[in-house]
Design a protein around this ligand. Structure first.
Ligand code: GCU
Length: 419
């Protein structure tokens, strides 16, 4: 008898705890207002969104989350390093474009690896995304230039002394099903993120930062962390893509996994030339709502990766409710352009439900353009993709990764959006 009462009490306790906001569901009114301006104007049409509220939200993200790009003239030059019209056993055209960034004193090179399908009508739509260990890791093709940039050591890939070698060719090809992408009529553009900024806390002394600051000078609290530099790299790559006659500049999808998913979202928010934005398992600081505090939190991410966001973001450690934005507003910045968010069932660190809800809550901006929102705030079943209006979502079974399953869904989405 006693036992039954105690277990009932425990159940009631758990129920009350969850209702009181153990993080599972954030009521609508706990999120910052997407459609009310800083001066309290209610935004009810897309003109007001574009003229009033969108610029405000963009600035809030710049100043409080990712950081602003410093206002300094940098010279950028694009050069064709190689072209092979008979790459990948005759299936592809391969190009490598070197973008050289220079401030007159110092320079930095970013290598854009491009594969385009052959024997299809040009210009072609492409997916562009950054990679984690160098362009040579995305395919075993021996003609891909091995990145000369700093690379994180990795025992599995036999990368030591922070230098990539032949041994790392193709080690990440499972995330880049290039032949399949080409077969479906898409091109691929990939860039090693470390070309722009090496991913470790070096006090912002190397990478692109060294072109914008004097020796020892630090970015101001509202100026860019590494995620914003990577997004800047994608935007500068886009400056080249729009000039390449083989590529359809109106059909460039920006894609990224994990920290590079955060990067893709910020790039898609800032640069309206990206026709589709795809976030794969981007989690905290990406698609997931910060206020839920599920999995990785603002404090955890700022502690493990102090260089990713601007310094102002650290003010919100354990104070998510004080943030003037949440991540549904980041997706709102992408509207009305198509956006796809994906999660993985075993990736609770990235808070799949928070990723879904953020997409769902961005829907009010899509509505301003007469586009439909996702039907409900309940996530779809595992492995069922849900696409509606200009939004897409799926939660794949399995781990934190970018798989063929994910790619097939993104290409299905692009097939519809681009035709
Ligand atoms: C860590 C980090 C995540 C990030 C991920 C990744 O897990 O905590 O925020 O998304 O690395 O980029 O792989």
């Amino acid at each position: 008898m006693h036992r039954i009462i105690i277990s009932k009490l425990i159940l009631i306790f758990i129920g009350l705890f969850c209702l009181s906001g153990c993080g599972q569901n954030i009521p609508n009114d706990a999120l910052p207002e997407l459609l009310v301006s800083n001066d309290g104007i209610v935004i009810s049409n897309f003109e007001d969104w574009e003229n009033i509220r969108r610029p405000e939200i963009l600035e809030l993200f710049e100043k409080n989350v990712y950081g602003e790009i410093p206002n300094k003239e940098i010279d950028i030059n694009y050069k064709l390093l190689k072209i092979d019209n008979d790459a990948l056993d005759g299936k592809a055209i391969q190009k490598e474009i070197i973008a050289t960034f220079s401030n007159g004193k110092e320079s930095l090179e970013m290598n854009m690896l491009i594969f385009l399908p052959k024997n299809v009508k040009k210009p072609v739509p492409v997916f562009m995304g950054m990679n984690f260990y160098g362009n040579q890791t995305i395919h075993p093709d021996p003609n891909i230039t091995i990145t000369p940039s700093y690379v994180k050591n990795n025992e599995d890939f036999l990368i030591t002394n922070n230098k990539a070698t032949e041994l790392s060719r193709g080690v990440r090809s499972h995330r880049w099903p290039i032949e399949r992408i080409l077969e479906r009529g898409y091109g691929i553009v990939s860039i090693y993120y470390g070309d722009i900024d090496p991913d470790f806390d070096d006090d912002f002394q190397n990478g692109i930062h060294k072109l914008f600051y004097e020796d020892g000078e630090q970015p101001k609290p509202n100026e860019w962390g590494s995620i914003a530099t990577w997004a800047y790299g994608l935007s500068k790559a886009m400056d080249y893509l729009v000039t390449d006659k083989d590529i359809d500049k109106n059909k460039v999808a920006v894609i990224g996994h994990s920290r590079l998913g955060k990067t893709a979202l910020w790039a898609g928010a800032m640069d309206k030339r990206f026709a589709i934005t795809i976030s794969n398992d981007s989690g905290c600081g990406g698609a997931a709502l910060s206020r839920r505090r599920q999995g990785e939190t603002v404090k955890k991410i700022n502690t493990s990766f102090p260089h990713w966001f601007c310094k102002n973001f650290h003010l919100y450690n354990d104070k998510e409710e004080d943030l003037p934005v949440d991540q549904h507003m980041l997706i709102g910045l992408i509207a009305p352009r198509p956006v796809y968010v994906a999660s993985a069932s075993e990736d609770q660190w990235a808070d799949p439900e928070g990723e879904y809800l953020s997409l769902y809550h961005s829907g009010s901006v899509y509505n301003l353009y007469g586009l439909e929102n996702l039907r409900s705030d309940t996530m779809p079943e595992v492995n069922q993709s849900q696409t509606i209006g200009n939004m897409g979502y799926h939660i794949r079974s399995g781990k934190h990764d970018l798989t063929l399953f994910d790619w097939e869904k993104y290409m299905d989405f692009a097939d519809v959006q681009f035709n």
